[in-house]
Design a protein around this ligand. Structure first.
Ligand SMILES: Nc1ncnc2c1ncn2[C@@H]1O[C@H](COP(=O)(O)OP(=O)(O)OP(=O)(O)O)[C@@H](O)[C@H]1O
Length: 234
């Protein structure tokens, strides 16, 4: 579904992505893990076309993304920090996104808007929202257009435990429908019930890309947080 081949990116002298090659398929939920500054967000932005690699290429359903920006309509993206027109209300932001993205064939998925009770907050202006409510808006928008691929950058950061569980259940449900989910998080315990595969990056390099079963058997650890700690300490 998404294939990155020898992707490299440098910012000034800093090599942020160093020859990354990975293959991401339908129905997988892939955890993108690595220390701060290891290149996770830059890799995500390369898939989204927001960062252009210096070398290498990325294909989405077999087409090089450089020549086909339309592929982005199949992706729902939840950024680490959602930036919105601050004077707009939640309702206006959602309507604006519908104007931009909605087409007659898409069935809107309003599950998260309802589960987060955002319908009661539609008149609130973005600048007045708490960090967690802003995250709820970002999550709701990522899922709203029923995309085949969900890219979630630190999705549960700032969410309360109830909201966090709602989002996790939604991710599991979408994965079961055959969608591809790419997720970054530093809270590894949150990923335990979700992920099928792990991509581990360090200093812009791909350290490994393994199924969760392989990570568990290789380390003898059941929990992802323990398994990664065991790998990092070697
Ligand atoms: N536009 C940019 N210009 C210059 N340097 C950048 C730019 N974007 C990212 N970097 C640098 O690239 C490196 C990787 O950043 P990136 O955000 O991809 O890391 P990350 O793995 O997502 O980190 P975190 O876990 O902290 O979110 C960092 O050193 C960052 O400062």
């Amino acid at each position: 579904m998404i294939i990155a081949t020898n992707v490299s990116k440098q910012f000034g002298k800093l090599k942020v992505l160093d020859n990354i090659s990975v293959n991401c398929n339908k129905g997988e939920c892939i955890a993108l893990i690595g220390p701060n500054g290891s290149g996770k967000t830059t890799f995500i932005k390369s898939i989204l076309g927001m960062v252009v690699p210096d070398s290498g290429f990325i294909t989405f359903n077999g087409k090089n993304i450089i020549h086909d920006w339309v592929y982005r309509q199949h992706i729902g993206y939840m950024p680490q920090i959602g930036r919105y027109p601050e004077n707009m209300t939640i309702g206006q932001v959602i309507d604006m996104m519908k104007d931009i993205r909605h087409n007659s064939t898409t069935v809107l998925d309003t599950d998260l808007i309802e589960a987060f009770n955002l319908d009661k907050l539609m008149q609130k202006r973005m600048r007045t929202l708490s960090g967690g409510t802003r995250q709820k808006v970002s999550a709701s928008l990522a899922f709203l257009f029923n995309p085949d691929v969900l890219i979630l950058d630190e999705p549960t950061a700032g969410l309360d435990p109830v909201a966090s569980e709602i989002l996790k259940d939604k991710i599991i449900a979408e994965k079961k429908k055959g969608k591809l989910v790419l997720i970054t998080s530093h809270i590894l315990s949150e990923l335990d019930d979700l992920v099928t595969h792990v991509i581990y990056m360090n200093e812009g390099k791909l350290q490994f890309h393994k199924s969760i079963e392989k990570v568990r058997t290789d380390t003898g650890e059941e929990k992802l947080s323990k398994a990664i700690a065991s790998i990092m300490s070697k």
